[in-house]
Design a protein around this ligand. Structure first.
Ligand code: PRX
Length: 704
């Protein structure tokens, strides 16, 4: 039990107990065709062969010039991979497949409305579209190598086209997830210094044609307000020749892409040969402060890493039909819908809409119709499919060889449904643990060679050596049953290069905690701090427990408590705000906001709605809180810090620990009475938390 005046129990002090799950072995049929079946691969990637082992990944690519130094550690933690090498990412994903595979489908785009025909884009067609859009970016927008461009695009095929067109020019793309608000997009435009925004008029989601262009106007206003002018907004149209948005096109600023493209018919743009270390893209993610972090990914190291992990961990062969049902607006989509699969020359399915629209059989119908044999999604989607259509897979004749789960811990029971019912017991399942910052997988099982264990991602992947440290930097031994902070002892090619424009913060967040010697140029002195709690079983498999910083993982989306709180504080009446996670059956975690009001302000439903509206406006609908609670005051330490873990305990009907040393201990009972009373009145049935859930809630908000 923790007390309020000391920091909450370090992860290492929390003993975690769970039932050891039985192993599942890969089916013989899978092993018979797998890319990695020789156990010698573990030796080739062991520490004795680091960093040169990654030559095996880099050799999956076509290089214009080979590198002279595999890993340059002279300026830690700014690692440089494949130094001296030159390549073009678009050439690797498109051009080089033309000779043998020009007629093969590169992308199969499935619109959400079932009556609308599926669009197949062959490698030849992709080549044509990418070249024409690259010509437009270069000639109409004046973009050059090193410039940044922001996309605010949903799951339309124009998104991979735009990404590859930028890669062709050496222009750095920064895709903002389509579900983010215009304001959130504008902040990212300003942070990255983009003067071009690429968007669309609308897209289908849950049966609705969503008006998306309106967000662009808000984004441009926000960026302008932050001192970043946007010269041009390029608008793709969801339906050729028709404009689906109610927002007016701004003369001289907004252009329909299809009209501009008419001028670039049959254009061919030579791929620009880029240094391996040139940035390929930015991907913004959340952390402990309100300012989002633009994770900068490299060209050579990143592409080699996603190609290698796609080949061995996704088991992608050129003749597979691979479907990653994630959004390209997140890192999973960049690495494992676009860059990894296309680098290997396979067929990648892109689905526009919601996985359960119009019913819980949709995903399985798509799998049957397209002959999908590799399927990749997040636990939230799996939980939803299981809840809404537990027997739906039986109704469809599809056969998967391989399935992936990513983004959140998966409950063993849900894992078993995924394996037994969704996968019909025919497929291997890989649970892949990693982060936006990492480029590709960090913890998983090599599918033909390592048994699966529900709820555990597996050991470190090839060439990645994880370790668990306690707060003092001591190693927490495998099999000790103790949790701690999972770190990676070594750099790997997919690791991000820096936080765009914030190199000090990069070093501070990810390396300062366990750096043994800031002057050292030996990578062994610079473990990477991932920000996740984990436990390692005696067999070396890791079980990821969740974030140890102030990040809430809602349906696999990272939301920073500070971002939620700053958004709430934009409401006039609000004096203080605190965001906490609540355990949610489908989404894993949901957010509850606690706010206290300025003196004299009335606690009305209008204020609650205004807080929700502010969060939707500043971040997006994905961040909408489950509840907004207006309280008299927040539980605080004597130094005035809000004790988020105390209110998190209340929200989850869990133990709040010793609160006797708070500045205002009496408020805890008052809040508990008020909030839990309302929850019970609204029919919420308190559930006994598992030991791990209780530990997570108790450790939440350590820095608040
Ligand atoms: O807490 C971990 C969780 O998601 C976080 C990373 O989120 P994001 O950067 O949005 O990337 C998600 C997709 C790569 C991690 O810090 N997480 C990710 N994968 C898993 C996971 N938790 C448990 N098991 C996983 N397989």
């Amino acid at each position: 039990m923790t007390t309020a005046h000391e920091s909450p129990a370090s992860e290492a002090q929390i003993s975690v107990h769970w039932r050891e799950e039985d192993y599942y072995q890969p089916p013989a049929k899978f092993i018979g065709q797998a890319n990695a079946t020789d156990p010698g691969i573990f030796r080739r990637f062991d520490e004795g062969h680091f960093p040169d082992c990654f030559k095996e990944y880099a050799d999956l690519l076509s290089w214009d010039a080979y590198w002279h130094t595999t890993l340059d550690t002279s300026n830690p933690p700014f690692w440089r991979w494949f130094v001296g090498g030159r390549l073009n990412a678009c050439y690797n994903c498109v051009d080089r497949h033309l000779a043998a595979d020009r007629d093969k489908a590169a992308l199969i785009w499935v619109p959400e409305p079932e009556a609308e025909p599926t669009r197949t884009i062959t490698y030849q067609e992709l080549y044509r579209q990418v070249n024409e859009f690259a010509a437009l970016l270069r000639e109409d927008c004046g973009l050059r190598t090193g410039d940044r461009v922001t996309f605010h695009l949903p799951m339309v095929p124009e998104l991979p086209v735009a990404m590859l067109a930028c890669a062709r020019l050496g222009v750095i793309h920064s895709e903002v997830f389509g579900g983010f608000s215009g304001t959130a997009c504008g902040e990212r435009i300003a942070d990255s210094g983009s003067r071009i925004l690429v968007t669309t008029d609308g897209y289908y989601r849950n049966g609705q044609l969503v008006d998306h262009k309106a967000k662009a106007d808000e984004a441009v206003r926000t960026a302008n307000g932050l001192g970043q002018p946007v010269d041009k907004v390029l608008v793709w149209r969801r339906h050729a020749g028709q404009y689906a948005s109610r927002a007016a096109m701004v003369d001289g600023r907004d252009f329909f892409v299809d009209e501009l493209l008419a001028e670039h018919h049959r254009a061919v743009v030579e791929p620009v040969s880029m240094p391996a270390e040139a940035p390929l893209f930015l991907m913004y993610t959340s952390g402990t402060t309100a300012r989002p972090k633009g994770c900068q990914h490299s060209t050579g190291g990143y592409l080699a890493y996603v190609a290698g992990t796609s080949k061995y961990y996704q088991d992608i062969h050129p003749d597979d039909t691979y479907w990653c049902c994630a959004d390209i607006g997140w890192i999973t989509g960049h690495s494992y819908i676009v860059y990894g699969p296309l680098a290997l020359g396979t067929t990648s399915v892109v689905y526009e809409g919601a996985p359960t629209y119009p019913d819980a059989g949709r995903v399985w119908r798509i799998a049957e119709r397209l002959g999908v044999n590799i399927f990749h999604t997040a636990p939230t989607t799996i939980r939803m499919l299981r809840k809404l259509g537990p027997h739906e897979p039986d109704n469809y004749d599809y056969h998967l060889k391989h399935m992936t789960t990513v983004g959140e811990p998966i409950e063993p029971e849900v894992w078993r449904w995924y394996h037994d019912v969704a996968g019909k017991g025919e497929a291997v399942v890989v649970d892949t643990w990693w982060q936006t910052e990492n480029g590709g997988f960090l913890g998983s099982t090599l599918p033909a060679l390592q048994a699966m264990k529900p709820g555990s991602c597996g050991p470190g992947v090839l060439g990645v050596y994880p370790v668990i440290y306690d707060e003092d930097g001591n190693t927490v031994e495998a099999g000790s049953g103790k949790a701690g902070n999972i770190c990676i002892r070594n750099p790997w090619p997919g690791i991000f290069q820096t936080i765009w424009g914030q190199p000090d913060r990069f070093e501070q967040i990810y390396y300062a905690k366990y750096c043994r010697n800031p002057k050292s140029t030996d990578w062994r002195d610079w473990p990477y701090f991932a920000g996740d709690g984990a436990v390692q079983a005696a067999d070396g498999y890791f079980r990821i427990l969740g974030r140890v910083d102030d990040v809430i993982n809602v349906a696999g989306h990272r939301l920073g408590t500070k971002e939620l709180e700053s958004a709430s504080l934009t409401v006039d009446q609000v004096a203080e705000a605190a965001a906490v996670p609540v355990i949610d059956e489908i989404r894993g975690r949901a957010v509850e906001m606690y706010v206290s009001l300025k003196p004299g302000m009335a606690p009305t439903a209008d204020v609650e709605h205004a807080v929700t509206a502010a969060i939707e406006r500043e971040i997006g609908k994905i961040a909408r809180p489950k509840n907004v609670w207006i309280v008299e005051d927040m539980p605080k330490t004597r130094s005035g810090k809000i004790m988020r873990r105390v209110i998190a305990g209340i929200s989850n009907f869990a133990d709040v620990g010793d609160v006797s040393t708070l500045a205002n201990p009496e408020i805890v009972e008052e809040i508990r009475h008020h909030i839990q009373g309302e929850k019970l009145a609204h029919g919420e049935v308190p559930r006994q938390l598992t030991r791990e859930e209780a530990d997570e809630i108790r450790a939440f908000g350590r820095d608040a």
